[in-house]
Design a protein around this ligand. Structure first.
Ligand code: NAD
Length: 262
């Protein structure tokens, strides 16, 4: 177990915080007493509108998480007032299905993996120097299991989980606590277009972003690494680990059922 995180008086940055899961995290962190929540999003206008909705302790900021210089600038700006206690690396992108285009591989790699590397390079040394800090990486259950629709999404989310584990191992003794959020389906803009045969449906009913925020607060308060807002994800991961061939056969059958509508 890592060190428990406490919310009162903390400074928190949430990337991809203008919508969906990130917005719900920002809202919940403020309700838990955070002093300051910075909502950083590619959609700067929406980030500012979200901050205005959430009140005076929230601030919106335009940020492309794939732009290391912009991330460095934001960190410096925020830390002029107070050190960042928790960085939620939550921004993500959906993709089309199948093996994907080169452009989709490039974007998903940069948003789902490289963006977390920028934060690790730019913020963790500052946190280590002052004695500690927390990093939350939003991966996905697709990064523990697979998403049989999209190869780029699934592979890059596996990368996000692997990186979160690596950072937790390498920096745990230096005061850095890492958590990795791995939901199955959540009702957000990203899944709004999901049809009845979307692979995410294999995980069961979609939950709400506020349910995800509940799980995140509980896990951070306990100092837990892996955050599974859908309890069935733990069972699915255990099945995969215990017999990989059996699991692959089951996934092939499930996909066939999904595609045939039965
Ligand atoms: N919705 C789900 O079912 C689900 C399941 C598992 C994991 N996730 C992950 O949760 C995270 C949040 O997704 P969501 O469902 O809330 O989707 P969403 O589309 O509602 O929100 C994603 C946000 O990320 C922002 N964003 C995209 N690229 C960015 C960039 N380069 N820089 C900064 N911001 C950027 C978008 O503008 C948007 O506000 C993502 O990492 C996603 O992969 C979602």
């Amino acid at each position: 177990m890592g060190r428990p995180f406490t919310f009162p008086d903390r400074t928190i940055v949430v990337t991809g915080g203008a919508n969906g899961i990130g917005y719900a995290l920002a809202e919940r962190f403020l309700a838990e007493g955070a002093a300051r929540v910075v909502i950083a999003d590619l959609d700067g206008e929406r980030a500012e509108a979200a901050a205005a909705e959430l009140g005076e302790r929230a601030r919106g900021h335009a940020l492309d998480v794939t732009d290391a210089e912009a991330v460095a600038t934001l960190i410096k700006e925020v830390e002029q007032d107070s050190p960042i206690d928790l960085w939620c690396s939550n921004a993500g992108v959906g993709t089309g299905g199948g093996l994907g285009t080169d452009a989709e591989w490039d974007t998903t790699w940069r948003v789902h993996v490289q963006a977390h590397v920028h934060v690790a390079r730019l913020l963790l040394p500052r946190m280590i120097e002052r004695g500690g800090g927390h990093l939350l990486i939003t991966a996905s259950a697709a990064g523990l299991l697979t998403n049989i629709d999209s190869a780029p999404y699934s592979v890059t989310k596996h990368g996000a989980v692997a990186l979160a584990e690596w950072l937790a191992i390498r920096h745990g003794e230096e005061g850095i606590d890492v958590s990795c959020l791995c939901p199955l389906g959540v009702n957000t803009d990203m899944t709004a277009g999901d049809g009845p045969d979307a692979a995410t449906r294999l995980g069961g009913d979609y939950i709400e972003p506020s349910d995800v925020a509940d799980s995140v607060v509980e896990a951070l308060t306990e100092g837990r690494f892996l955050i599974l807002p859908h309890p069935q994800a733990a069972v699915m991961e255990q099945r995969r680990a215990s017999d990989r061939d059996r699991w692959l056969s089951g996934m092939r059958r499930a996909r066939a059922r999904l595609k045939s509508g039965n």
